[in-house]
Design a protein around this ligand. Structure first.
Ligand code: ADP
Ligand code: MG
Length: 396
């Protein structure tokens, strides 16, 4: 790997500037989901165990370069203290005197949390002067915010050019999982791409067809591919103006030797509503007054064969409109199959995407996947084959 980890750094008596993503949901001043906070614990504990002082840098919400009191990280400090089980010393600015005072006030084993980096306009502009001011506070930079790594900001990218830099544990886990899925995967590799629209995932499809052996297209975007092949899809969600683009992707796949798998049967209903009467039909027989809302059992059976023949799976996007049963059936069945194969040691499975994570949790399959990325935009940009500036800077 081109990047260093905490294990490669001497941290004893060092001030470790640690970029984390603790942009947690909050209602009425109370954190409603502490997942992101809980996930930084291994990094914090490892730095402290190696004798370093942890100084957390993070953004919160979108203050757009201004001080917005409701977006103060001070509101997150109590939840952080509770999750870490360590005293948190808050600094009312991420640079200058308030930051220095907080760092000096914290004893070894206590954690410093500095104010929202996005209160400074230089953060999102990746202003070298702001990065230098941050760097002056510490000795080492640890980046644990993979989910913010697709943005070149002062605290995610700039800082890495001023101090010895390493990946934190969460960043390390993401990078290893993503490398195992698309970087140096065990073949054959199958990618599942679903979701609503082709237009939001064009670059992703274009990149995947050159890298994977099988591409399963599901969800609403499969309808666009069916239309591109001259199939009528009735009232289904489909981007008819994307038909030519879909045909280009199919041609690119063919040239690259990537097998495309579209639904062979589909579940249709008159409307997207709980309790709507539904039936399964062949993929080219959607009635004019009906819409396709899920893949059918024959498609799931075909998918199962592809999964069984593969060693690596990468998944983004549900196969159907999973929010309302019974249109969750194909996604749930495929997710359970992938989870079982992973558990049996036959498949490395990596998944990401907001709705995908919900769908896999809904299927009760998420815990058996090799890795579930909660990084959202960064995960998608990585699947598109883009270089993430925050990761690239660690290798510099
Ligand atoms: P992710 O957030 O994981 O990247 P997307 O946002 O691209 O996934 O796609 C998820 C959405 O796609 C869900 O809201 C789901 O209802 C919708 N969807 C999937 N299949 C269909 C379909 N056949 N018709 C309409 N919407 C669909
Ligand atoms: Mg989504």
């Amino acid at each position: 790997m081109a990047w260093k980890t905490i294990d490669d750094m001497a941290l004893a008596n060092k001030v470790v500037l640690t970029r984390v993503d603790i942009n947690v949901p909050m209602e009425g001043g109370v954190v409603t989901d502490t997942t992101r906070i809980d996930k930084i614990r291994p990094t914090v504990e490892d730095i402290i165990a190696r004798g370093g002082k942890v100084v957390l840098l993070a953004h919160f919400d979108r203050p757009k370069g201004k001080v917005v009191p409701e977006m103060s990280l001070g509101h997150v400090a109590p939840a952080l203290q509770a999750s870490l089980g360590r005293k948190v010393v808050f600094g009312s600015d991420c640079v200058g005197e308030p930051a220095r005072d907080a760092i000096a006030a914290a004893a070894q084993g206590e954690v410093v949390l500095l104010e929202n980096t996005r209160f400074h306009p230089g953060e999102e502009k990746n202003d070298p002067a702001l990065a230098a001011e941050m760097a002056a506070l510490g000795d080492v930079f640890v980046n644990d915010a993979f989910s913010a790594a697709h943005r070149a900001h002062a605290s995610t990218e700039g800082l890495a050019h001023h101090l010895p830099a390493a990946a934190g544990r969460l960043m390390e886990a993401e990078l290893r999982a993503l490398d195992a899925a698309l970087g140096t995967p065990k073949r054959p590799v199958v990618a599942v791409v679903g979701g609503a629209k082709v237009s939001t995932k064009l670059e992703l499809l274009g990149n995947l067809v050159t890298k994977v052996d099988h591409l399963v297209i599901g969800g609403g975007m499969a309808n666009t591919f069916l239309v591109a092949q001259g199939v009528e899809v009735g009232k289904s969600l489909a981007e008819r103006d994307m038909a030519e683009t879909a045909r280009e992707i199919l041609a690119k796949a063919k040239a690259a030797g990537c097998a495309i798998h579209l639904p062979v049967d589909v579940v249709v209903a008159g409307e997207f509503k709980a309790g709507a009467a539904s039936k399964t039909v062949a993929a080219d027989l959607c009635p004019a007054d009906q819409m396709i809302l899920d893949a059918g059992p024959a498609t799931v059976a075909a998918l199962t064969k592809v999964f069984e023949a593969s060693h690596t799976l990468i998944w983004n996007g549900p196969l159907g409109a999973f929010e309302i049963p019974p249109f969750d059936a194909a996604t749930t069945a495929a997710a359970k199959m992938a989870a079982a194969l992973t558990k049996a040691g036959k498949l490395v499975s990596v998944a990401g995407g907001g709705d995908t994570v919900s769908a896999l949790n809904h299927a009760g399959a998420a815990t058996d996947f090799t890795f579930i990325s909660t990084a959202g935009g960064a995960f998608l940009e990585w699947m598109e084959g883009k270089t993430l500036p925050g990761v690239a800077a660690l290798g510099a």
